[in-house]
Write a protein that binds this ligand. Structure first.
Ligand code: FE
Ligand code: FE
Ligand code: ZN
Length: 306
C-alpha cells in the first residue's frame, strides 16, 4: 500500500478500496458516453480501444421509447470482459426527455414506468449507477416539481433493486429543477431511502448555473459539501461550456475549447476530493476525439495523482 496515496486520500467520498492499491489510485477512472446500440460487450470493447476504463450509455433511445430485449449472454460476456480489462463503475443515463415532474399525469406515469423498467434491467449489472435529469416544473413552481420528483423516487425505490440513482446537477435552462445545490438538497431531504441516492456533477451545467469552478473550485466544493454533502457525489460529467458563467444555456464544448478551459479540468480530475470518482465525457466528439481527450487528461493528470 502506498502510504502517500493513502494519507492523501481524505476526500469524503468513494475513497474506499481504491486507495489501498497504489497503482489504481494513480489511474484516472475515465470514459465517455458510448452508443448502446450494439450491446454491452461492444461498449466494453469500444471503451478499451479508446483508453477508457469506464463509460456512460443511454438505457434506451434518449427520446424515450421501448428498450431493446435484454440479452443475458451479452451481459455475461460483458461482465467477464469488464473484469479482465479493468472496466468498472459504468453509468446508465435515463432518456433525457423524461419529466418526472410534468404537469400531465400521463407523462409522470411514463417517467415512472420507464425508470422502473430501466432499474429492473440494471439489476443484471450490479455495479452500474443510474443517472437522470430531475425534470422541469413548467410553471407549476419549484415546490410542486420537487414534490412530484420525490414522490416518484420514493415509489421507485419501493419497487426496484439496489441500483444507486443519481440526480444530475442542471444548468437551469427554462424551469429545470436541480439548477442549484439547494434544489438538489431539497429533493434528497424528502427521499426516504437515501442510501441509494447520489448526485452526478456536470461541469458544464454547474458553470452555466453560476458556480465558478474556474476561479473558485474549492469554494464550490465547500458549498456542495455544506448544502448536499460531498459523500453524495458519485460521478462527474466532464464537459467544457460554449457559454459563460451563469448563462443557463447548457451547450457542451470540447475539453479546453470552451469557457471552462483545460487547466480547470486538470484541477478537477486531480483534486483530492474528486479524483477517486468516475469521470464521463459528454463533449461533442466522435470516438477519435474522445480518445484524444482521455489521453490528454491522463497525461496531464496521472503524474500528479501518485
Ligand atoms: Fe445528462
Ligand atoms: Fe451531463
Ligand atoms: Zn448538458
Amino acid at each position: 500500500m502506498s502510504m502517500r496515496a493513502a494519507s492523501e486520500c481524505r476526500g469524503g467520498n468513494a475513497c474506499g478500496i481504491l486507495r489501498f492499491y497504489g497503482k489504481e489510485t494513480a489511474m484516472l477512472r475515465i470514459g465517455c458516453h458510448l452508443s448502446s446500440s450494439k450491446g454491452y460487450l461492444a461498449m466494453g470493447k469500444e471503451a478499451v480501444k479508446i483508453g477508457a476504463n469506464t463509460f456512460q450509455f443511454f438505457t434506451r433511445n434518449p427520446r424515450g421509447g421501448k428498450a431493446k430485449e435484454l440479452d443475458i449472454s451479452d451481459i455475461e460476456a460483458y461482465l467477464e470482459f469488464a473484469q479482465e480489462n479493468g472496466i468498472a463503475r459504468i453509468l446508465a443515463h435515463a432518456p433525457y426527455t423524461l419529466n418526472a415532474c410534468a404537469k400531465d399525469p400521463d407523462l409522470r406515469q411514463f417517467a415512472y414506468d420507464t425508470m422502473c423498467d430501466d432499474l429492473r434491467r440494471l439489476q443484471y449489472i450490479p455495479e452500474a449507477m443510474y443517472n437522470f435529469h430531475p425534470g422541469s416544473h413548467v410553471k407549476q413552481g419549484v415546490e410542486q416539481g420537487i414534490f412530484y420528483i420525490c414522490d416518484l423516487l420514493n415509489r421507485i425505490h419501493a419497487q426496484s433493486g439496489q441500483t444507486t440513482v443519481l440526480l444530475e446537477t442542471m444548468a437551469g435552462k427554462g424551469t429545470e429543477l436541480g439548477r442549484n445545490f439547494e434544489e438538489l438538497s431539497m429533493i434528497i431531504d424528502r427521499v426516504e431511502d437515501k442510501s441509494r441516492l447520489g448526485v452526478c456533477l456536470d461541469t458544464c451545467h454547474v458553470f452555466d448555473g453560476g458556480y465558478d469552478i474556474v476561479h473558485s473550485l474549492d469554494k464550490v466544493l465547500e458549498e456542495f459539501d455544506q448544502t448536499i454533502g460531498l459523500h453524495r457525489l458519485k460521478a462527474v460529467h466532464l464537459n467544457d461550456s460554449k457559454h459563460g458563467l451563469d448563462s443557463h444555456k447548457d451547450r457542451h464544448e470540447k475539453i479546453g475549447e470552451g469557457q471552462i478551459g483545460l487547466e480547470t479540468f486538470v484541477k478537477i480530475v486531480t483534486h483530492p476530493k474528486l479524483r477517486e470518482l468516475p469521470f464521463y465525457l459528454e463533449t461533442p466528439n466522435d470516438l477519435a476525439g474522445y480518445q484524444r481527450e482521455i489521453a490528454l487528461l491522463r497525461e496531464k493528470a496521472e503524474g500528479e495523482r501518485i
